[in-house]
Write a protein that binds this ligand. Sequence first.
Ligand code: SF4
Length: 413
Amino acid sequence: MPKKTILCLGNNTKDTDNRATQLAELNDSVNFGLVSQENLNEQRVPGVYHTTIVDCSYQDIQRIIKEIDLLYVFDQTYDDKAVKHRTLEIAEMLSTEVEVQYENADNTSNYNYWSELVKDNKSFCIYPFIELMTQNGKTSVCCRSNVPVEDVENIIDWQTNEKYQHIRNKMIKGEKLHHCALCYKSEELGVASSRQLDTTMWAERLNLTSVEQLATINTPAYYEIRASNVCNLQCRTCGPQWSNQLDKEWKEIGLTSKDTTYGYTGFDIVKFDQLDINLKVLQNRTIKLPKVQETSTLKLIRCSQINLFDNSNCSSNFTIEILPTINRRLVLPLFLPALALICSLLLIKNKNSILLSNISIFAYSFLLLLFAELVIRYTGINKILNYIFILTPLLSSVISYYFLRYKFSNESY
Ligand code: SF4
C-alpha cells in the first residue's frame, strides 16, 4: 500500500512533534518534522509532517494542501480555547479540499455541536446557565456585561430566579439581549467573541452534550465575586468598570464622559470599620510566651527558684528550663580558665609519668568539656548535679593552678 503524506495539526509545536512521531511509528512511516513559513515551499515526500496555527496560517496550509493526502487533527486542550477554536475551524474549512481525520472524534463532534449552536443561534451563550457574577451588590450575566440583572439579596434560588430564567429563555429562542452588546459587537467585527469561545470551552469542561442538559445545572459552576472597581493597576486589556485608575484616566483623556459612573467605587461589601478583631480571644496552639532562650538573664534569675526577686510572672513550665539556661550563660564560661590551666600542663618539662603525657592532658580537657555538655541539661531537675556542675570548674581550676605551681617550682631554668 503506498504511503500517505499526512499533515498533523496540533496546538503546541513540541507536543505536536512528539505526537507526530508516535503517529508515524504506528503507520510505519517517518516524521519529517515541522512545516512552517520557512520551509513551506519545499518539496514534500510521503510521510508525516506537523504544524500548528501559530506556525502556519490558514492561507499557508491552503497553499500546500494539494501535496497532502490526510489532515490529521490532534485532540486540542480546552484551556487554549482560542487556538482550539481556530484549529478546528481551519480543519472544517479544509475538509472540502482534503480528507480530515480527528484523533478524538467524539470530543470533536461534541465541540462541533456547541460551536454550530453558537453559530446558528446568534444570542445563545452558556454563561447565564452556569455562572453567578456579582459586582457591588448586583449580578450580571458575565464580566463582559455592565448591565445589572438582579440585586444579590434577591437571589434566593439562582436557577429559578425569574430574571435569569427570562434571559435564558430569550437566548434559547435566539432573541438578542442588551446585556450582551459587547459580544455581538466583536462578532460584527469578525472577532471570535467570548460567547462563541467560552460556550464551547465550558461545555467541554462540564462535559455537557446538549442544551437540554443545562436545565439540570441547579447551582452555578462558576462564581465571579467582585466587590468594587478599586484596583492598583491599569492593564491595557482592562476597562474602567474594573479599574478605578482606568476610570480616572479615561475620563481625563475623554474616552468616557465625565458623567459616566460605574458605581463600583467602594468596597461596600467589606465593612472595614467593623474589622476590629480582638485576637486575644482566639485560641490557638501557637506559643505566645517568649522562649527561655529569648529572655534576659535578669528575668531568668527572677524566675529561678532562688527567689531573690518577685517571681509571680513565671509559669511553672517556664522555671524548669531556667537553671540550665542560667548555667549555660554564667557557669559554662568558667570552664574556659579551667581548660586553659589543664592545657598549661603541656608546658611542664619533666613529664616522667604517663598521667602527664600529651595524650593524657588532651583526654582531661576533652572529658571536662564532655562532662560540661552532658551534665548542664540536667542541672534544672537535679540539685546535686547542679552543685557538681558549678563546683567542677572552680575545683579543677584551683587544683590545676596549684599543681602547675608545684611542678614549675621544681623545674630548673
Ligand atoms: S454573550 Fe457575551 S456578554 Fe453575554 S453572557 Fe455571554 S459572554 Fe457574557
